[in-house]
Design a protein. Structure first.
Length: 580
């Protein structure tokens, strides 16, 4: 998530004990930060729909079709997303009315399309008010949104079915759905901020300031969308440019909150001052080369103290960027990899108390749950659906403890077929591999990095995603850091799920959300943030979804790699920007 802070200082004494000291903690809202604040929470898509050879139920003319688009929720209920207009007298309609949907990579988004023949007496009635029981049902189609956006044409043709038809076997036509990103999904502004005369919050040195930018939402609260790096020991800082997408800030007139904090390594960052401005306001500041004063809340409710410190905009320009979907639909794939912890701390797999216990009634253990839920999302983004799968920390059939063995038991082939192949290989391995230890990540990270590195000299156009599921405390923390730092300039992301009740502070260090980027034993700093960690106990407590927790940053990490390498999509679609 993080990766924005370039340096970290130790705990510090604050100046001015008499005045209030608001702080920002690493609470749940930090969960939504994006790497470098550069990537939108989602992409807004518009679905365009057409049909061919629809069923004709009219006697003297042809059907008058309309489509209703539904999202199928996790509980099986349908949520209507929108309706097309009615097209008169056509069995091959092309509807003009588009249906909007927010694409979220970290979720499986099933869509259902219902096609109706609208009765003549309702042709002048707004489609939103139509009573569907009075219309003739022509058929339905279904697919996942990811099945559409991964196609090079971003379109998918579905065969319609009609379970209510009792007239014998017949074809009900096809429905073609095309997804297009709105302009806002690519529009962004790049802004360079600096400050002058900030108030010092430290006793023995100067403040270490950073900016946090939040969008005000309708409920009155705010959601953080971006933060700068920390500038050490400086009351007149200039930060590296930040990039805000329109999906993040909404519109140029949307109010944004700019908070300047003095960084503390314990997470209790001290507020220096804040400002509320829109992007339109920032444009004016930039054009006029003027600054705006920070304010500070006082003990009197609703009152604020105007500070000497000012915020300036030294650079602001609009640009278009290639989106995650631009790369995916052009032919880039995500290759899913899994590494499973076989150390003894998991408990005897035959015991119901074991984290590896396979329930005879079909209830998934935490390992199975993570494999299935993450795999079901990523599988759509890999054409051949052959996934490398390893185990670590187990004693294999040759009697030796291995920290990277093929989960399927093969001596040479580490790939399995699909998510079910991983599930099957895992269940079989529990019978053939004895739990041992210690917990070492280095070898599986290096193995994944080796595969990702080979892709640089080939044209397989894959980005690799390694899922590590573990219950334990690392014995090779520094070796794992070294491996991750080496891998940070490769097309690779590492997802870590912690199962059980172990102390996962080491995993949070690897995640590097609340501190600096990882540093190797030789002093090399990670090129970018490639790790995301989620504890399964937070999932079980209902705080987050394992898929959302693990995958929400993946499009951003993918884009950070592509942009750092100045890599463009494989093919260009009309209307795409020419630079990334």
């Amino acid at each position: 998530m993080g990766g924005c802070f370039s340096d970290v200082r130790g705990g510090k004494e604050a100046v001015g004990g008499a005045q209030p000291r608001p702080t920002v903690h690493n609470d749940a809202v930090e969960f939504f930060y994006r790497s470098h604040g550069a990537f939108p929470l989602f992409s807004q898509l518009e679905l365009t729909i057409s049909a061919s050879n629809l069923l004709d139920l009219d006697v003297t003319s042809k059907s008058d079709p309309m489509v209703i688009v539904y999202a199928k929720k996790s509980d099986g209920k349908l949520e209507e997303l929108g309706r097309t207009e009615v097209i008169l007298n056509s069995l091959n309609p092309v509807w003009i009315e588009k249906v909007s949907i927010a694409y979220q990579f970290e979720m499986v988004q099933p869509l259902i399309f219902h096609v109706y023949d609208v009765d003549t007496k309702y042709h002048n009635v707004p489609v939103k008010t139509l009573n569907l029981r009075d219309q003739e049902f022509l058929g339905e189609g279904s697919c996942g949104l990811s099945e559409i956006v991964t196609k090079q044409t971003r379109s998918l043709t579905l065969n319609l079915i009609n379970k209510n038809w009792h007239g014998g076997m017949r074809k009900f036509g096809t429905l073609t759905v095309r997804a297009e990103e709105t302009i806002a999904s690519r529009s962004a502004v790049e802004i360079k901020f600096r400050c002058s005369h900030l108030e010092n919050k430290d006793l023995f040195s100067k403040s270490d300031p950073f900016l946090r930018i939040s969008r005000i939402v309708e409920s009155g609260g705010s959601i953080p969308i971006c933060k700068t790096e920390v500038v050490d020991n400086n009351l007149n800082p200039t930060w590296k440019p930040v990039c805000l997408s329109m999906q993040q800030f909404g519109s140029k007139d949307t109010p944004l909150v700019f908070e300047c904090f003095d960084f503390n390594s314990n997470g209790d960052h001290v507020l220096i001052g804040k400002i509320q401005k829109s992007v339109a306001d920032l444009e004016k500041l930039y054009k006029e080369s003027s600054g705006v004063n920070f304010v500070f809340p006082t003990s009197r409710q609703g009152h604020e103290k105007v500070l000497k410190g000012q915020l300036f905009v030294d650079q602001l320009f609009e640009k278009e960027q290639f989106s995650f979907l631009d790369y995916i639909s052009s032919g880039y794939e995500l290759n899913f990899m899994v590494a499973v912890d076989f150390t003894g701390s998991n408990g005897d797999p035959r015991s119901p108390d074991s984290l590896h216990y396979i329930d005879p009634y079909g209830r998934l253990n935490s390992y199975q749950q993570a494999i299935r839920e993450v795999g079901e999302v990523i599988q759509f983004y890999d054409v051949d659906k052959r996934f490398p799968a390893w185990g670590f920390g187990g004693r294999t059939t040759n009697g030796t403890v291995s920290h990277c063995f093929n989960l399927n038991g093969s001596a040479s082939d580490f790939e399995v077929e699909g998510v079910e192949g991983i599930m099957g290989a895992y269940a079989t391995a529990l019978h053939n591999v004895s739990l041992a230890g210690p917990t070492l990540f280095g070898q599986v990270v290096n193995k994944a990095a080796e595969i990702a590195g080979r892709s640089l000299s080939s044209s397989n156009n894959k980005y690799y995603v390694l899922l590590i599921i573990t219950d334990g405390i690392l014995t090779d923390l520094q070796e794992t850091k070294d491996a991750l730092v080496r891998a940070s300039n490769l097309p690779l992301s590492v997802l870590i799920v912690g199962v059980g009740n172990a102390d996962f502070k080491q995993m949070e260090i690897l995640d590097a959300d609340s501190g600096p980027r990882l540093e190797s034993s030789t002093g090399r700093i990670a090129t970018r943030d490639i790790v995301q960690f989620v504890a399964m106990r937070e999932v079980h407590s209902g705080q987050i979804s394992v898929v959302q927790g693990l995958l929400e940053e993946l499009p951003g990490q993918f884009l950070s790699y592509m942009r750092s390498m100045d890599t463009k999509p494989l093919t260009f679609h009309a209307g795409q920007p020419s630079t990334s």
